[in-house]
Design a protein around this ligand. Structure first.
Ligand code: ADP
Length: 348
């Protein structure tokens, strides 16, 4: 039914393929079919291996003369898995009793997951843009209405409107950064960058925010660090987001410590650590902080002008740099955000 050469080709495919006869008895299955649906013995019918009514009906329709049938099904394997099943006659000219139908199962779970993520993201972005917009529209209506001649209210409302407009602008900047990063993520940066001067420039630029939050930053470099291969603008964004978070989510009159050293466990990496004296983060939140729009306390993030995208941007930049972010924290004990970046290899 399937010669050795064809079998070898089919065994090399990741799609599960069966060939069944007119009684839906399995005459051939490739390696992917065995690993997904388990092995079979001589005479096993496909419906006993895949007891799904829609699949069975699709194969029957092809046996009854349809050229091809295709259905989307969710099958309960080790975990529920979404498949696109397609059935097609191999020998449409042959009589029914000699019929051969090729049945393929393509795992489409990742496509559905990507689609779900995309639609969740669009819903989140719309919501995040709509809320400052709603506030702005509310203030405009008030200023056009009963507060029209109230100078004091006008000044106060205009300041709040400026804040909301800035938040919208920041959100759009962050969204553009994320989308730009996704297009270049595969390509590692190629220019040498000395990381600690980047950190020092970020701390200097954050001075007004540090002052406002009443937080002091202590900067320590264990010894001059080797260069890394990086993009200075992107690394600036990484350290700005992390140090700004440390200041925003810390206590007033506390100290944020930033240290740079070679990583003890892997001296091929530099480790830049930002430690704050804030409230700390419970374990269930830690693994989710780099998800887009994930915040522990939405109100607090909003009050601090956050977009909920800062750590997602950090994660993507570090992926492009072949580095990683490590978060250590315990509730009530402050947090430590460590950026690990591979050092530039010495020329051979
Ligand atoms: P945001 O714009 O809300 O700050 P981020 O992506 O930068 O978004 O951070 C996500 C969330 O992680 C924040 O809303 C906050 O709840 C939490 N977070 C980040 N840094 C810290 C920190 N140093 N201490 C406590 N919580 C933090």
């Amino acid at each position: 039914m399937v010669d050795d050469n064809l079998a070898a080709v089919l065994n090399g495919l990741s799609v599960a393929i069966f060939v069944v006869d007119c009684d839906q008895i399995i005459r051939f299955r490739n390696s992917a079919a065995v690993s997904l649906f388990g092995s079979w013995t001589q005479g096993t019918k496909l419906p006993s291996l895949v007891p799904n009514k829609r699949c069975i009906r699709a194969i029957e329709n092809v046996l009854d003369g349809d050229k091809r049938a295709s259905v989307s099904v969710k099958l309960q394997l080790v975990v529920p898995t979404a498949f696109r099943m397609t059935a097609q006659r191999l020998n449409p000219e042959a009589p029914f009793e000699d019929a051969q139908v090729v049945v393929s199962f393509e795992d489409v779970s990742h496509i559905l997951e990507a689609e779900q993520m995309r639609s969740d993201f669009v819903a989140n972005v719309s919501h995040e843009l709509r809320s400052p917009l709603t506030t702005l529209v509310g203030f405009i209506e008030t200023l056009q209405g009963h507060a029209r001649n109230d100078r004091e209210a006008t000044t106060r409302f205009l300041a709040l409107m400026a804040q909301e407009a800035e938040r919208m602008a920041r959100l759009i900047d962050d969204l553009l950064s994320l989308s730009k990063l996704q297009t270049v993520e595969r390509y590692a940066p190629t220019l040498p960058v000395s990381p600690m001067p980047v950190v020092a420039r970020v701390v200097a630029a954050l001075e007004p925010i540090l002052e406002q939050e009443r937080v002091r930053v202590d900067l320590h470099e264990a010894a001059p660090l080797p260069d890394i291969l990086g993009n200075a603008d992107e690394l600036t964004q990484v350290f700005r987001n992390i140090i700004e978070n440390a200041a925003k989510y810390s206590r007033a009159d506390s100290v944020v410590t930033v240290t740079g050293a070679l990583d003890e466990a892997d001296p091929q990496m530099v480790r830049i650590t930002v430690t704050d004296q804030g409230d700390g983060i419970a374990p269930e939140h830690i693994t989710r902080l780099t998800e887009r729009f994930y915040r522990i306390d939405k109100g607090r993030s909003r009050d601090k002008g956050g977009t909920g995208l800062g750590l997602a941007i950090v994660k993507h930049i570090l992926m492009r740099h072949r580095g990683r972010l490590q978060i250590d924290s315990a509730e009530g004990e402050g947090s430590r955000f460590s950026v690990l970046l591979p050092i530039m290899a010495e020329p051979a």
